[in-house]
Design a protein around this ligand. Structure first.
Ligand SMILES: Nc1nc2c(ncn2[C@@H]2O[C@H](COP(=O)(O)OP(=O)(O)OP(=O)(O)O)[C@@H](O)[C@H]2O)c(=O)[nH]1
Ligand SMILES: *[C@@H]1O[C@H](CO)[C@@H](O)[C@H](O)[C@H]1NC(C)=O
Ligand SMILES: *[C@@H]1O[C@H](CO)[C@@H](O)[C@H](O)[C@H]1NC(C)=O
Ligand SMILES: *[C@@H]1O[C@H](CO)[C@@H](O)[C@H](O)[C@H]1NC(C)=O
Ligand SMILES: *[C@@H]1O[C@H](CO)[C@@H](O)[C@H](O)[C@H]1NC(C)=O
Ligand SMILES: *[C@@H]1O[C@H](CO)[C@@H](O)[C@H](O)[C@H]1NC(C)=O
Ligand SMILES: [Mg+2]
Length: 512
């Protein structure tokens, strides 16, 4: 261990009450430390540490994952990093491929094939969705040997560190099509779906356009959904620039594309770990956000015997708090023994010596649920004698997608939820999916209330930590008919929180 890294280790230990690194100091063999620091090999070595403290400090806050990345995934990530270095913004290859686009060239398949091809992710929708779609686009890039470039929008650079060691993942702001991104929508005449529909594309022709717009937003139509068919994937393989706009975690349907199947199984022998690994690989909070996370964690969560996350997302127009939601939170957490009952008869019970402290991290746009729960556990003792602290970092009241401070809090809260031991999430919420995936947690899902009524049962244990694909295609590409894509293979199933959605589960998921 060099002097510098020794001091660095002492310094990070000083920041943490719960420092487990200290026991390794003085030991010659520091390999286990670095193994954990790199999340089981997921992260590359050699990133500059100060510019992104979270990258190598995450392992100090997060328990070591029960799920190991496959060695094939690790090697694939390292070779992706090489590709990104060679093809990233302003490299010679990038400049050359960009020229084709600027000249509006239709390139001929036979002529010099561009060595670098790209998938450009367009900034769109809520932060939870953005995180899930960047991960989806990245997996698609890996599967198709493309380079992922991320449209920075207003917040990406403010929230996330650069994930790849040698070149930026941000799309340069002089990218020629960038001014069109906002106008891309279902009806855009230059979307792949509409070009197919209007017979403008000639899939058997010799010359190809240098770019295609892929509309994979939830409102997409049958022609757009042909993206998930092998024949169409073959066609894309010759197009250097794919511009993708989506608000959906489309990974489950990639598992139903025959030409990707084998590679996906090698990358993810345990299929329910896709977002868990890719999310921890890609999304490192910037120092600003890392400050929000670590300060909160150390002040309110670290010292507790158990950390419980409760994420409340209410999809109703009327502002809360709603009684049926509060009833649901209580019914779920008490029935599932996430929280202890309170004793309403006795005003004081001396805590038994075995009592434990539970820190409950609540996140919600509104203040009411938190205020209610906190009051219950202040006014009454618990029957177990356990001490319950309830904390909520913010209550932003409504979604404010364009405000940096709002987005930083949202990201910090998703991350904090992922550091808990027990997680309760709200149905349909991508915010909750991000937390469960990063944390490697199968949450209790609060089912979506219908008709202002508390659902019965109020919640249930998720069968997977994977996010749900909310708008999957139901199409059999070979037979060209509709089909239930949730019934084709054991590892792609319908989600519990949204009956028509698709999610990944392990082939033998019952023993987990
Ligand atoms: N700070 C904070 N912001 C939240 C919370 N819930 C929702 N938001 C904000 O609202 C946005 C909701 O978008 P997503 O992150 O995609 O979450 P979602 O639950 O899928 O909601 P929709 O996209 O609206 O369906 C977040 O990005 C935040 O800006 C919360 O608990 N805390
Ligand atoms: C490192 O881990 C291996 C296996 O997990 C173990 O055998 C070894 O003792 C550890 N080394 C140190 C220094 O803790
Ligand atoms: C993969 O899942 C199986 C159960 O399906 C589990 O026993 C095993 O530990 C998991 N492996 C990894 C590397 O996560
Ligand atoms: C690529 O083009 C940019 C300007 O558009 C230039 O600054 C850069 O040096 C070029 N890269 C190479 C490797 O020539
Ligand atoms: C597509 O291209 C092929 C070969 O260039 C040509 O024979 C065919 O007529 C074209 N079809 C359309 C619809 O343009
Ligand atoms: C909605 O709830 C009300 C009363 O709570 C009930 O009378 C009504 O039938 C319910 N409607 C539906 C569609 O379930
Ligand atoms: Mg969302």
């Amino acid at each position: 261990m060099t002097l510098e890294s020794f001091i660095m280790t002492l310094f990070t230990c000083h920041l943490l009450l719960n420092c487990f690194l200290i026991q390794f100091i003085g030991s010659e063999d520091s390999s286990n430390i670095s193994k954990d620091k790199l999340l089981g090999g997921l992260l590359a070595q050699g990133h500059h540490e100060d510019s992104c403290l979270s990258r190598y400090q995450t392992s100090l806050y997060r328990k070591t994952s029960r799920y190991k990345p496959s060695s094939y995934l690790i090697s694939k990530l390292r070779s992706y990093e090489e590709l990104h270095k060679r093809c990233g913004p302003y490299t010679e290859s990038y400049n050359r491929t960009l020229k084709q686009l600027q000249q509006g060239q239709t390139q001929s398949i036979s002529s010099e094939n561009s060595e670098c091809k790209y998938v450009v992710w367009v900034s769109f929708s809520g932060l939870g969705n953005k995180i899930l779609t960047i991960a989806s686009a990245f997996l698609y890039a890996i599967l198709t040997n493309r380079v992922l470039l991320v449209d920075p929008g207003k917040e990406i650079h403010d929230l996330f560190c650069e994930p790849f060691p040698d070149n930026s993942w941000l799309l340069p702001n002089d990218f020629p099509l960038q001014s069109k991104f906002d106008m891309y929508e279902l009806k855009s005449p230059d979307s792949y779906g509409n070009m197919l529909k209007n017979n403008i594309l000639n899939t058997s022709s010799e010359s190809l356009s240098s770019f295609l717009y892929l509309h994979l937003v939830h409102d997409y139509k049958d022609h757009d959904k042909l993206f998930f068919c092998d024949q169409h994937q073959k066609f894309f393989s010759e197009v250097p620039w794919l511009i993708m706009k989506t608000d959906n975690y489309f990974v489950p349907s990639l598992f139903l594309i025959p030409s990707f199947e084998q590679e996906l199984t090698r990358l993810f022998p345990n299929k329910s770990t896709v977002f868990h690994h890719l999310g921890r690989y890609l999304f490192h909070p910037t120092n600003h956000v890392w400050g929000l996370i670590t300060r909160y964690y150390e002040a309110y969560l670290e010292k507790a015997d158990e950390r419980i996350g409760i994420q409340i997302r209410v999809f109703e127009t009327a502002t809360g708090p709603h009684k049926h939601v509060m009833d649901q939170i209580l019914a779920c957490t008490l029935q599932e023994k996430v929280l202890p009952e309170v004793d309403k008869q006795n005003t004081f019970i001396p805590p038994p010596r075995t009592s434990s402290t539970k820190a409950v991290l609540m996140t919600s746009l509104s203040f009411g649920y938190f205020d209610n729960l906190r009051t219950i556990y202040w006014e009454h003792p618990t029957i177990t004698g356990d001490v319950i602290g309830i904390y909520q970092p913010s209550h932003e009241e409504f979604q404010q997608t364009d405000k940096n401070s709002h987005n930083r809090k949202a990201w910090a809260e998703m991350y904090l939820l992922s550091l808990t031991d027990v997680l309760v999430t709200s149905a349909w919420s991508t915010f909750g999916y991000v937390a469960q995936g990063l944390g490697g947690l199968k949450p209790l899902v609060l089912y979506k209330p219908e008709n202002h009524t508390t659902p019965d049962p109020p919640c249930g244990r998720a069968m997977t930590m994977e996010p749900c694909f909310h708008a999957p295609p139901f199409y059999d590409c070979k037979r060209k008919t509709g089909i239930d894509t949730g019934k084709l293979v054991p590892h792609v199933r319908h989600c519990e929180d949204m009956t028509w959605g698709l999610t990944l589960v392990d082939d033998s998921h019952d023993d987990l």
